[in-house]
Design a protein around this ligand. Sequence first.
Ligand code: FES
Ligand code: FES
Length: 161
Amino acid sequence: MKVAATLTVNGAAYPVELHPHTSLLAAVRDAIGLTGSKEGCDDSECGACMMLLDGKPVNACSYLALQAEGSEITTVEGLAEGGEPSPLQRAFLEQGGVQCGFCTPGMLISATALLRANPQPSEDEVRIALSGNLCRCTGYDGIVKAVLSVASAAPATRRTR
Ligand code: FES
Ligand code: FES
């Protein structure tokens, strides 16, 4: 039996009807039609499905969609700013952070969450923040360089750690 719910994705409210066991990933991709988030492992291992839930990255393949009702869900489609790619999205392109691109949506979500919490992370902090995101192309250096290039362009902040 399906249950009526409303999911708020990238600032828009979407009325949906979902089975109680439907994952957030399936709801967003199949019921809402936003296919930027990818299904890799479907088992919380690869991070390809990552979305922000009230600003925190979650593996949407392993999160029940109905539990996300009432939260702000952000997918890779919601990272653009004023219809233009965000600085992080541009940096991925410029620094060779996009190869086959399958992992890219999840990488962008994790890195966005990191940069919002810590605008000037160290390389180690970037690598730790992205440790839940697997790139099968193994081209992590371009991805890390992209995140660090945005960090180095951020206004200097006093670090408290
Ligand atoms: S598809 Fe969700 S973690 Fe791999
Ligand atoms: S760019 Fe291919 S999986 Fe990462």
